[in-house]
Write a protein that binds this ligand. Structure first.
Ligand code: NDP
Length: 326
């Protein structure tokens, strides 16, 4: 038996509890892992509160990411004692996830822990940080270089935004951190933001084209925030869109695309191919300033995860939330 958070459903009513479950009930997979750390991501908060239909199978152990040590493996790439990371692949949605002390998954879903970071630091980064790196890689792939001008990061004080701010700053970009929380200005400047932009500036009715300001952007918000960001993106710029914190719609015009050659790049971390994930994790281990990572992480005891999920959705949590599991 092991401790886990368990989401269940009876009729239309979802329940969530901290309980013990049997290893015999773990889903199929060729690698058994003793989970060391998991995290609380936006999607986990949606799953635990039931605010959106993230969980597709019940009962479900949530937790879209974890780090841990392989206990048993019949997969050729992994042996007992290996340190591994898992992000996405439907874990915590259709397959039991990281908010339980033991997990069984497909070996093909795992990424070896890169040299230079610990299991705890890996979950400090977590799915949010790995997605931030995918966004930074997307901008680089579009040819957006630091000399081209400011990069806007929306939801800058959140998990994806905090890591994106630190990563872009370490690559030499001028980061304009867009936040709804003026009180987080010093925190964002410490992460490397050059300027702080009030989210209200990107929350009005979007115009087809606004004044050209940003060379690019990392957007976690969607909806009117992304529409405004696109309208403010300079000729030839690019925006990497990965989130929906403001909404899933996009009330935008095609004007930025057809008159300014702006590119909108979609970023998905869940089904991202294995080779690109490994590249992202190697770059994270190499480029992310570990002192900055420490500054953007808080630790949440396992027994407070359920109570904290609603606060997370209310935007009251800063940076990344690490959950020690073992
Ligand atoms: P967090 O809750 O940590 O951060 C979200 C941030 O968005 C908040 O901190 C807040 O930042 C900002 N925000 C909140 N509400 C609004 C609003 N109405 N309008 C504009 N900004 C808002 O979440 P994460 O960083 O973990 O995730 C961010 C988004 O990215 C989520 O939508 C998540 O689902 C998505 N995501 C997508 C992935 C993918 O694979 N595509 C992977 C990981 C995350 P501030 O206070 O600074 O304004």
């Amino acid at each position: 038996m092991f401790d886990a958070i368990l989401i269940d459903k009876t009729g239309d009513a979802q329940t969530v509890s901290q309980t013990t479950v049997s290893e015999g009930d773990l889903p199929e997979g060729d690698v058994l892992i003793d989970v060391a750390y998991s995290t609380l991501n936006y999607k986990d908060a949606l799953a635990i509160t039931g605010a959106a239909p993230v969980v597709r199978r019940f009962p479900m152990v949530p937790g879209i990411d974890f780090s841990g040590i392989v206990r048993e493996s019949s997969h050729p790439d992994y042996a007992p004692g290996d340190a591994v990371i898992l992000n996405g692949w439907g874990v915590g949605e259709t397959h039991w996830g990281g908010l339980g002390k033991v997990a069984r998954v497909k070996g093909g879903w795992l990424v070896p822990l890169p040299k230079g970071i610990s299991l705890r630091q890996a979950m400090g980064i977590g799915t949010a940080g790995y997605t931030a790196m995918l966004c930074v890689m997307a901008l680089a792939q579009q040819g957006i270089t630091p000399e081209m001008g400011e990069i806007a990061v929306t939801g800058a004080a959140g998990g994806v935004g905090s890591v994106a701010t630190a990563l872009l700053a370490s690559r030499g970009y001028d980061v304009a951190a867009v936040t709804g929380r003026a009180s987080e200005g010093d925190y964002l400047k410490d992460l490397g933001a050059k300027t702080i932009v009030d989210r209200a500036e990107l929350s009005g009715k979007p115009r087809a084209l606004g004044k050209e300001r940003f060379a690019g952007g990392v957007d976690v918000a969607g909806s009117i925030v992304l529409a405004n960001l696109l309208s403010m993106t300079r000729y030839g710029g690019a925006v990497a869109a990965c989130g929906l914190a403001a909404g899933m719609d996009l009330p935008a015009s095609v004007a930025p695309f057809i008159l300014r050659g702006v590119t909108l790049v979609g970023v998905d971390s869940v089904m991202c191919p294995a080779a690109k994930r490994r590249e992202a994790w190697l770059l994270l281990a190499k480029e992310l300033d570990l002192a900055k990572l420490d500054a953007l992480c808080v630790e949440l005891p396992f027994d407070q995860v359920i109570a904290t999920a609603p606060k997370f959705l209310a935007g009251q949590v800063r940076g990344r939330v690490i959950v020690p599991v073992s």
